[in-house]
Ligand binder design. Structure first.
Ligand code: FAS
Ligand code: PHB
Length: 402
């Protein structure tokens, strides 16, 4: 069977769904092809902090109602290290910018509901998804759905299929450059229906390793522990998790800690990764398909959102203003903000984790640790330094696209 659309979107994660909704609002027809079921997508527990730019996009997409009701605006967050605790007052330091605490799962759910109400075509549980003729003016997507081969004839393909998707692999190796830094540790994450230990996030640097106290609501908490890459999630009982967390959270927070059974527990590896360019012909790479950051700076989902913003604007210029060259600008514009987010996430990860290696960044561990201690001392004990952290945490403004 053949179907036709302007934009074929590969992947129904936050990137694909948000792009599909924004294009639909602009009158640009699109089809989404997703490998797994909606429930499987919603079962992945990931990000929790949204930059203002993302929040604005969600409003533009018209799916902000639940976010406004159930999300929590955060004016700041804490960094605790070696017994000291500093609050980064985002609102004051950036003269009014804040972040929204609202889970990626919820945003994805809201976008899924909007999409099914829009009547647009979405093919879940699709197999053997392949992209064809991406450098021609008539690219195609083929896939198998319920045993039937379906071909999409389109003008553009948006590869929103994440790090392990098919889109990046469609760009020949000699036409792409991949930059990568793999970290020698992972994050063990736990979701539990217990009240958060604090109203705001606490990033903890300790001799035992990094920990993060986050949340999804006033009754649901999200915690992370830095663990060796050799750890297996089944080796971590809930009891062992809570015991270790108590050793890493700041002393004065423990009286507010409520423990309970985990409803989700997983270990995520950490990497910095960028594929350049983020487009080939009429194929665009969006979100995790093009880049990955360690979650220490809460940038992963937010960089995906700024890619979507950029591509949406350029495709509107293409289809609604007949600016045929607009899509050619995508990769250059998107990469400027991607590299900024990559560097901030790398910097926060270097500062807050314990690298249990004898050599780090070309120097012995003891020397690296002293440099990082001095880095934290400077940035946390000077308002100028706190402003640098705050401005990057709330997110740099999206680039004006004229
Ligand atoms: P996604 O990976 O979310 O979605 C891609 C979609 O494409 C998936 O639904 C997949 O099934 C589908 N797909 C894959 N191959 C396909 C194919 N061949 N055909 C069709 N569909 C295909 N970010 C933060 O900011 N904070 C965090 O704490 C955080 N924690 C994370 C924890 C983990 C374990 C992971 C993996 C990521 C985490 N991230 C975090 C980053 C994460 O939030 C991503 O940035 C976000 O999911 C990016 O969204 P997408 O680009 O839509 O990619
Ligand atoms: C989360 O709540 O999942 C979260 C928040 C901030 C981060 C990483 C993860 O930096």
């Amino acid at each position: 069977m053949n179907v036709k659309t302007k934009v074929a979107i590969i992947g129904a994660g936050p990137s694909g769904l948000l792009l599909g909704q924004l294009l639909h609002k602009a009158g640009i027809d699109n089809i989404i092809v997703e490998r797994v079921s909606p429930d499987y997508v919603l079962g992945r527990i990931r990000a929790g902090i949204l930059e203002q730019g993302f929040v604005d996009l969600v409003r533009e997409a018209g799916v902000h109602e639940r976010m406004d009701k159930e999300g929590h605006v955060h004016d700041g967050f804490d960094i605790a290290y070696y017994g000291k605790r500093y609050r980064i007052d985002l609102n004051k330091l950036t003269e009014g910018s804040t972040v929204m605490c609202y889970g990626q799962t919820e945003i994805t759910r809201d976008l899924m509901e909007a999409r099914s109400a829009s009547g647009l075509n979405s093919y879940y549980e699709s197999e053997k998804v392949e992209l064809h003729n991406v450098e021609s003016d008539s690219p195609q997507v083929t896939f198998i759905k319920d045993g039937q081969t379906i071909t999409i004839d389109c003008d553009y393909i948006a590869g929103c299929d994440g790090f392990h998707g098919v889109s990046r692999q469609t760009i020949p190796a000699d036409k792409r450059t991949e930059h990568e830094r793999i970290y020698p540790f992972g994050w063990l994450g736990v979701l539990a229906d217990v009240p958060p230990v604090s109203d705001e996030l606490i990033y903890c640097k300790t001799e035992r390793g990094f920990a993060l106290a986050s949340m999804r609501s006033s009754t649901r908490s999200r915690y992370y522990l830095q663990v060796p890459l050799t750890d297996k999630v089944e080796e971590w009982s809930d009891e062992a998790f809570w015991d270790e967390l108590k050793k890493r959270l700041p002393e004065d927070s423990l009286k507010n800690l409520t423990t309970g059974p985990s409803i989700e527990k997983s270990i995520a590896p950490l990497r910095s990764f960028v594929c350049e360019p983020m487009q080939l012909g009429n194929l665009f790479l969006v979100g995790d398909a093009a880049h990955i950051v360690p979650p220490t700076g809460a940038k992963g989902l937010n960089l995906a959102a700024s890619d979507v913003y950029t591509l949406n604007k350029l495709l509107q210029k293409r289809f609604n203003d007949n600016d045929l060259n607009a899509p050619l600008r995508y990769s250059e514009i998107a990469l400027r903000r991607v590299w900024h987010g990559e560097r901030f996430s790398w910097w926060m990860s270097n500062m807050l984790h314990d690298f249990d290696q004898t050599e780090v960044n070309g120097m012995d561990k003891a020397t690296f640790d002293r440099f990082m201690q001095s880095e934290l001392d400077f940035f946390l004990n000077h308002e100028e330094g706190q402003k640098v952290i705050a401005r990057q945490y709330v997110g740099m403004p999206y680039e004006e696209i004229n």
